[in-house]
Ligand binder design. Sequence first.
Ligand SMILES: [Zn+2]
Length: 329
Amino acid sequence: MSQEKLENLGLDLPDLPLTTVGSFPKPPELKEARKQNREGDLSDDDLDEQAREATRFWLDKQYELDYDIYVDGEQYRGDMATYFAENLQGFEIGGLVRSYGNRYYRKPIVVDEIVWEEPITVDWWRFAQDYADRPVKGMLTGPYTMMDWTFNEHYPSRAETARAFAAAIRSEVEALIEAGCKIIQIDEPACSVRHDEMELVKEVVGQVVEGQDAYFISHICYGEFEKIYPDMLEIPVDNFDLEFTNSDLYLLDLFRDDPFTKDLSFGAVDVHNHRVESREVVRELIEKVLDVVPREQIWISPDCGLKTRTVNEALGKMEVLAEATRELR
Ligand SMILES: [Zn+2]
């Protein structure tokens, strides 16, 4: 599908490219360091050094497990919305609210014009890419999800707020591409939960990616896909990263009715379960998608970020995913 685009970017990926969604758990010593930093007992520089050490740890593991597209693991981020709000102009950070499941975050409040002043993720991306021997994805939260997970006290409407986020995120995409990043993920988990604003999702993601020379992925999870499919295929990205372990594979039924026309990062291990799946279970799951979606469109991935697992659980799931993928190759 997007093979030609990947080739034009100089990316030569194997059969069933293996990747992860984005976040990895923070090692206990990094969690402790973040707490000390919040309490004023550890400098920002010392915290950054510990985050760099944890990033190297996760890059080493992706190398050892032979993943094809790496992530930096987001060891320096608290959560996916507040992190960006803290690094853009125009926000105050509010109290704890629930995003989904048992995930909580400090909800940002837009109190002034949203302004992107300087690159937010580029130094971390460059650090990871300099260390890594394979492509590292740039990881951004999409404009629609940023808007939906934010209180707005400045713009006249949800649409105007989303467009302001899109302009800021477009600047970050440009900075990542200028630094050499070729695969950029723009997560939009909110668009499957609120499924009545798909036109706005398409518009603002388009505002971010239009004319930008990179391969774009969007991770969307845990929603009512039957209400946004196949409409969601018009979100202008190359690859959707979707979860399949908790959905009874009803997505595959949707794909039988309306063929999946983009690349698909197939989420084949469950990040919300402590138990590590067997290789057979994972392989059989992947075989099911291979019956429905052409093989050259399939990437292999966990079904969400692994940050909620322990380090060993995350490694166990990554290993079984890699083994199942190698068997299928
Ligand atoms: Zn997810």
